[in-house]
Design a protein around this ligand. Structure first.
Ligand code: ATP
Ligand code: MG
Length: 683
């Protein structure tokens, strides 16, 4: 990508916060000024949300960038903060987790008392098995309460967890176990997916055979299906549930490592992101309270992410539990046994805050408005989105069909690497725009810069960067400081200037190093995402810079073309890539999923394609008119539901496919490739 990104999409709708919510909001407009006046002091104020066994001496040490330390000298126990202190405050009978299994009527209610008992027992059992502070524990579980218990038990004894998504293969699991050198795996016989038990244990058996570091495998009985039993295997109910429920938490240093989590793998080889204790918990606790306006006494919160992703770590386990929230946790898929399952759960538990992903919202759009319309949904008061840019039309659909035009939407931008939310509206302050993440949260410093690290003016597009350290920032890539520096810190600012020659490249992440000094000689974190500032200076995420298309000398973001397509009433979802083109350098190729009720057979499909190409040209200008549009039933997505554009690019350029290990469903690619061969260029 050269100089900067085009700004083609314009959006004029804007929705102020509901008055009643604004009046009672946890965080008000003054927080922005307070944080700007004393950023470090503001973070110290947030750290005081937690219970520290020993007060910190120094808020931040940034003397050895890019290696940050926060709340130096402070000590705390994360599990104590998420569990014990709520019980001590008299909230032991309060529900922590309303657990909903996929089979209907398979539910559990977990109070903070229950959680304290289970976490203490698990901490004792892990200790008994020889796990001590600093050891690594792999967790490979379905969405059951034991997943949260296992994570908290690790945190309680200072062991690092590495949660691996329960849908991953033997290879993905074993490479992650080996990379972290874990000594224990916590798993289950299986979990329920799409209406039937889906086994986990056989995958673990195969993986463990390749992982000599593993001493024990702890197995939760969830489905009751048959399992092969080996020497290292222990049942959770024979060990954890027999252990003493008394456990005294020990305080750990603020910089003690808390967990390793591998990124989603959208762009290639996943990175083992390391997070530590005090700064991480401070930021997830603060952001969960501020962004969702959580009122722990009355709200019922539900984050639909899997525990295997960072969203599950920060906004199912550590953020909500540190805040004493009551939440719903759901095991299964959104269409089991029927496509209204989510809305059923919202009504049954009176969910008031819902946090989900654009991929789900677009799927619901595809299924049709009539499904949510059958439900009450009046308990909802704040809606959140994370994981990808949310197309303005998907945002509007969410607002109208789920929020019933009364709930503010918070589009939250952040990454595994940032640990917590960085850019988002505040529901009681911000007048939001559909599709915009709006502004950095109080305490966060972000900017959009051009390739010389100069901030772009309002109306301009470029690279999203973070210009000051933040408490929940990653501390490194596990075992690979060099990759950490190369990937995130070597493109702009002091990190670029201090590198005389490009080192070994980490894929496309590390090209076009720039030694320019747009933000003085600061260390600047490059997120890998493109973004623009609109005329008011509000931020719009434009997708990964690796995906940006260069069409006749213009840098065009995939997001804007996708949003233009989704703004057509016949389209539910779209993915756009730049394919090599003899005349324009790259040409825009779009893969489009029509909404459920749209006829695409024969001529109707051809007509729709023509109409869509013109629609994009009208919305964004002729430069963005796709060369080719394919109507497809599905798109290739990662296990966390993000579109994998690089695979579509392989298809569009008639290459064999790159790494597909993080792909959700490999049959999708065959479907798309065979459709591609049938069609010629549309011009
Ligand atoms: P990998 O780094 O291995 O390719 P990944 O980037 O998909 O995987 P995550 O850390 O889960 O792994 O995702 C973070 C990325 O998701 C962001 O960098 C951004 O591209 C995208 N993202 C997350 N939230 C938003 C949002 N609200 N708006 C736009 N993009 C978002
Ligand atoms: Mg990433």
């Amino acid at each position: 990508m050269s100089k900067s990104l085009e700004n083609l999409y314009s959006e004029t709708r804007q929705f102020p916060p509901p008055e009643a919510l604004a009046a009672e909001a946890n965080v008000k407009a003054e927080a922005y000024e307070r944080a700007a006046a004393d950023r470090i002091g503001f973070w110290e104020e947030q750290a005081r949300r937690l219970t520290w066994s020993k007060q910190w001496d120094q808020a931040v040490d940034w003397s050895n960038p890019p290696f940050a330390k926060w709340f130096l000298g402070g000590e705390l126990n994360v599990a104590y903060n998420c569990v014990d202190r709520h019980v001590e405050a008299g909230h032991g009978d309060k529900v922590a987790i309303h657990w909903v299994g996929e089979p209907e009527d398979d539910t559990r209610t977990v109070t903070y008392n229950d959680l304290l008992k289970s976490v203490s027992q698990a901490a004792n059992a892990l200790t008994e098995l020889g796990v001590t502070a600093g050891d690594r524990v792999a967790i490979y579980l379905p969405m059951i309460p034991e997943a949260a218990v296992a994570m908290l038990a690790c945190a309680r004894i200072g062991a690092l967890h590495s949660v691996v998504f329960g849908g991953f293969s033997v290879d993905a699991l074993s490479t992650r176990i080996q990379d972290a050198d874990a000594k224990l795996v916590i798993t289950a016989d299986g979990g329920y997916r799409r209406g039937k038990p889906s086994a986990l244990k056989p995958t673990v058996d195969e993986a463990v055979a390749q992982c000599p570091s593993i001493e024990h495998v702890l197995v939760v009985r969830r489905t009751g299906q048959d399992v092969t039993w080996g020497e290292k295997d222990l049942w959770w109910h024979d060990t954890v549930e027999q252990a003493s429920p008394e456990h005294t938490p020990q305080a750990f240093d603020s910089e003690h490592p808390l967990f390793i989590l591998y990124t989603s793998g959208t762009t290639g080889k996943p990175k083992g992101i390391l997070h530590t204790t005090g700064g991480y918990l401070t930021q997830v606790s603060y952001t969960h309270n501020a962004v969702f306006d959580l009122k722990p006494e009355t709200d019922v919160y539900w984050c639909t992410a899997d525990i295997g992703w960072v969203t599950g770590h920060s906004y199912i386990v550590y953020g909500p539990l540190s805040n004493g929230a009551t939440q719903v946790m759901y095991e299964g898929t959104p269409d089991t046994p029927h496509k209204g399952r989510f809305w059923d759960i919202v009504d049954k538990y009176k969910v008031s805050i819902m946090y989900t992903a654009p991929t789900l919202i677009r799927t619901m759009m595809k299924w049709g408005d009539d499904i949510p319309a059958k439900y009450d949904l009046s308990s909802l008061r704040v809606l959140g989105s994370v994981g990808e840019p949310i197309n303005p039309e998907a945002w509007m659909w969410y607002r109208e069909n789920v929020g019933r035009e009364k709930s503010p939407i918070v589009d939250t931008w952040w990454q595994t690497e940032t640990g917590g939310i960085m850019i988002s509206p505040l529901p009681g302050v911000t007048a939001s725009k559909p599709g915009s993440a709006m502004t950095p949260l109080p305490g966060v410093s972000a900017d959009v810069v051009d390739d010389t690290a100069e901030p772009v003016p309002n109306g301009g597009g470029g690279f999203l960067v973070l210009t000051e350290p933040w408490p929940s920032m990653l501390r490194t890539i596990w075992g690979d400081d060099k990759r950490f520096i190369d990937t995130y810190w070597s493109r702009f600012g002091a990190g670029a200037a201090s590198q005389p020659a490009p080192g070994p490249s980490d894929g496309a992440e590390n090209q076009n190093r720039s030694a320019a000094q747009g933000h003085g000689d600061k260390w600047i974190y490059f997120a890998g995402d493109g973004a623009k500032k609109d005329d008011d200076g509000d931020l719009w995420l434009l997708g990964r810079v690796d995906d940006v298309m260069l069409v006749s000398g213009h840098n065009i973001s995939t997001t804007e073309v996708e949003s233009a397509l989704v703004s057509h009433p016949s389209v539910a979802e779209a993915a756009v890539v730049g394919a090599t083109d003899p005349t324009t350098g790259q040409a825009i190729v779009a893969f489009t999923i029509p909404r459920g009720n749209v006829d695409t057979a024969g001529d109707a499909g051809e007509e729709l394609i023509k109409e869509l190409r013109n629609h994009v040209a009208k919305k964004l200008g002729p430069i963005a008119k796709p060369r080719q549009i394919m109507l497809v039933p599905e798109l290739p997505k990662t296990r966390s539901g993000k579109i994998m554009r690089r695979l579509l690019k392989d298809v569009a350029e008639h290459r064999s496919l790159g790494d597909v290990t993080t792909l959700q469903d490999s049959a999708v690619m065959e479907l798309i490739s065979s459709g591609m061969k049938d069609r010629k260029s549309e011009d």
